[in-house]
Design a protein around this ligand. Structure first.
Ligand SMILES: Cc1ncc(COP(=O)(O)O)c(C=O)c1O
Length: 460
């Protein structure tokens, strides 16, 4: 392993590196940042030689696990052969093969693939495409987009208009106009949204809020609804039974496009190549990125139905949109090889078989006074932390700050588990480990969480 000069790296980071979504004051106060230097399987190593369990696959990315030599080799081979060529009027074999492969995995008639370099760009692409599609139909006023409270859909200004987290938007206002929010599917907190009833009834109720918003705004003004199969931000909200069936009906009734934002959920996270298959709905577009290459090279894609693509087939019509690095030859080669690994190792089947065991291991934590809810699907779970289990009372801003930032994130990391303590909604711990792990590792995660959460409770 190469040697790292820790002090030198920390100084350079302090002087020059601007981290993402991070208070730079952590640099300024001299504590330094964790510097991750290597990955192997479901483990990562820092510059001081410490080993950690990667409980978040980097950032919901390294689905096939770290250290896969064949993905590195395929990238090197492609870079030697053709390092770069754009998809602007030209093509290259890997982009063609990957588009064919993705269309084959996608449900229904989602047959057309527009590449980007990441998730936010894929969402931005879907937003622009929805607007132009309706204009090409002569329905010029259909431009608004609906998404759910606390949902994260990326940072470009269009995607940010779809993102439902006010604290990430207000400093950049005004954004692209036309973004509207409906309730999410947090059944644990459904009563706070004014709903009382069964989970099935909640599914219908939550879906009908989309219809209500379409009617409030006027169906002739609404272009698309953006939904994640399982909403990440807020802490893993799976769809209640019947939710997507009703959403699909509503979208069909009012001519509104349904975009399945699968930037996290695709490529095995829920045990399917595309997560809409897990919940049996066919969207009009899928946005995806992260796990497509398991992170060995960046890529994103917007996959579109024949119906949306149809008007673009003719005459002088074009989609004036693109990215220099969209569908990059190296990334596309890596994606194809990553998908080969998925097939050969039956990763989706492995996730589907083991997900109930993962859930059961995490549900053991419900005996702790601080654990209010365990929810999620596939290899994607959130653990909501509460101050009072009976009343579901959550932590105030000050307590959240002390608990999550002041203690939990660091304590979990020090205990050898890299995961995420998030307070974009109520405080949650998020887990999305590499899809290769099994029951022994579920127990390991549970044991670390138990120790650290017990300590957290005693400090409150
Ligand atoms: C659902 C969803 N959409 C979009 C994005 C943005 O993706 P990226 O960070 O690759 O731009 C993310 C990122 O986590 C996401 O989770």
């Amino acid at each position: 392993m190469p040697e790292f000069n820790e002090a030198d790296l920390q100084q350079k980071a302090k002087d020059h590196l601007w981290m993402h979504f991070t208070r730079q004051s952590v640099m300024e106060d001299g504590h330094g940042v964790p510097i991750i230097v290597r990955g192997e399987g479901h483990h990562i190593y820092d510059s001081k030689g410490n080993k950690y369990f990667d409980g978040l696959s980097g950032l919901f990315v390294v689905n096939a696990g770290h250290g896969r030599k064949r993905l590195a080799e395929v990238a090197a081979k492609q870079a030697e052969e053709l390092a770069f060529f754009p998809l602007w009027s030209y093509a290259h074999p890997n982009a063609i093969e990957l588009a064919d492969r993705l269309a084959g995995y996608a449900p229904g008639d989602l047959n057309r693939v527009f590449f980007s370099t990441g998730g936010g760009e894929a969402v931005e692409t879907a937003f622009k495409l929805a607007k132009q599609y309706w204009k090409l139909q002569g329905r010029h006023t259909k431009h608004k987009v609906i998404s759910r409270a606390v949902a994260y859909h990326g940072t470009p200004q269009g995607a940010l208009a779809i993102t439902g987290i006010p604290g990430m938007k207000e400093m950049f206002e005004p954004l692209v106009p036309g973004g509207f929010r409906v309730p999410n599917t947090n059944y644990y907190r459904a009563e706070e949204m004014g709903f009382h009833g069964t989970e099935e009834e909640f599914g219908l109720w939550a879906a009908n809020r989309i219809e209500e918003m379409i009617l409030f705004e006027g169906p002739e003004t609404v272009a698309a609804v953006f939904l994640e199969p399982v909403q990440n931000s807020g802490g893993c909200f799976p769809p209640p039974p019947g939710y997507f069936k009703r959403v699909r009906e509503i979208c069909d009734e009012y001519d509104v496009l349904l975009v399945s934002d699968e930037v996290i959920c695709a490529f095995g996270r829920l045990g399917h190549m595309f997560a809409c298959d897990a919940y049996d709905y066919i969207p009009d577009m899928i946005t995806c990125a992260k796990g497509m290459t398991s992170g060995y090279s960046p890529i994103g894609a917007t996959i579109v139905s024949d119906r949306i693509y149809e008007p673009f087939k003719h005459g002088a019509t074009a989609f004036y949109h693109g990215y220099t690095f969209g569908g990059h030859p190296v990334s596309a080669a890596v994606a194809l090889e990553n998908l080969n690994i998925f097939e050969e190792e039956k990763i989706n089947e492995h996730v589907r078989e083991n997900s109930p065991k993962f859930r059961a291991a995490l549900e053991r934590l419900l005996d702790l006074p601080i654990v209010g809810d365990v929810r999620g699907d596939g290899y994607f779970f959130g653990i909501e932390l509460v101050k009072n289990k009976v009343t579901k009372q959550t932590f105030n801003d000050d307590e959240s700050e002390r608990l999550l930032r002041g203690f939990l994130s660091k304590a979990l990391f020090d205990a050898g588990l890299y995961c995420r303590a998030d307070d974009r909604g109520d405080p949650v711990i998020q887990l999305a480990p590499p899809l290769t792990i099994g029951p022994a590792e579920f127990d390991e995660i549970e044991s670390i969480l138990r120790t650290v959460l017990t300590e957290a409770w005693s400090r409150l």
